[in-house]
Design a protein. Structure first.
Length: 162
């Protein structure tokens, strides 16, 4: 079997560069790395690192402490688990997360953070350890264009900054 990627934890230093108001890094140590539930599963389940409560209309960033180190030519797409949508209407704030292969080289070590939104009229509670999203690795192709030489310096829109 040929593998194109692996999941790893960001270091405490990288985690600290991910932003303010995050749960303590030590509280995330027991959260399993993403994994597939069955041999036929395409998606790697991500687990909530801490209890997550979303009030009606609320959005919240869920830090995973996880990064994906993957070969060039691959992308990790992050989707909500279907149960969240069917049961509660909860979805990712950006609909689908796109984790590029060079994101692991950023100052925060490629820390994958997922922003959930609760559009329902009811509070939704996800206990720590709950599977809440899934990542699927996909190959991508390139269109003919000028040679790209810029390197990534961050995440969340960093490639569009001047």
């Amino acid at each position: 079997m040929t593998y194109i990627a692996r999941f790893d934890r960001v270091t405490p230093e990288q985690y600290a560069k991910s932003g303010p108001a995050l749960p303590p890094y030590g509280s995330l140590a027991s959260v399993p790395l993403p994994h597939r539930a069955t041999a036929g599963s395409a998606g790697y389940d991500f687990h909530t690192p801490v209890d997550v409560t979303l009030a009606p209309g609320e959005s919240r960033i869920v830090p995973t402490s996880v990064r994906a180190i993957m070969d060039t030519g691959w992308v990790l797409m992050i989707f909500p688990r279907s149960g969240l949508g069917f049961k509660y209407g909860v979805h990712l704030a950006n609909t689908v997360g796109v984790i590029d292969s060079d994101y692991a080289n950023t100052p925060n070590g490629g820390h994958i953070m997922v922003k959930l939104t609760n559009p329902s009229a009811e509070t939704v509670h996800l206990p720590a350890g709950e599977r809440f999203c899934q990542g699927v690795f996909l190959p991508y192709g390139l269109a003919q264009e000028e040679e790209i030489t810029a390197g990534r310096t961050g995440g969340l829109g960093s490639t569009g900054r001047e």
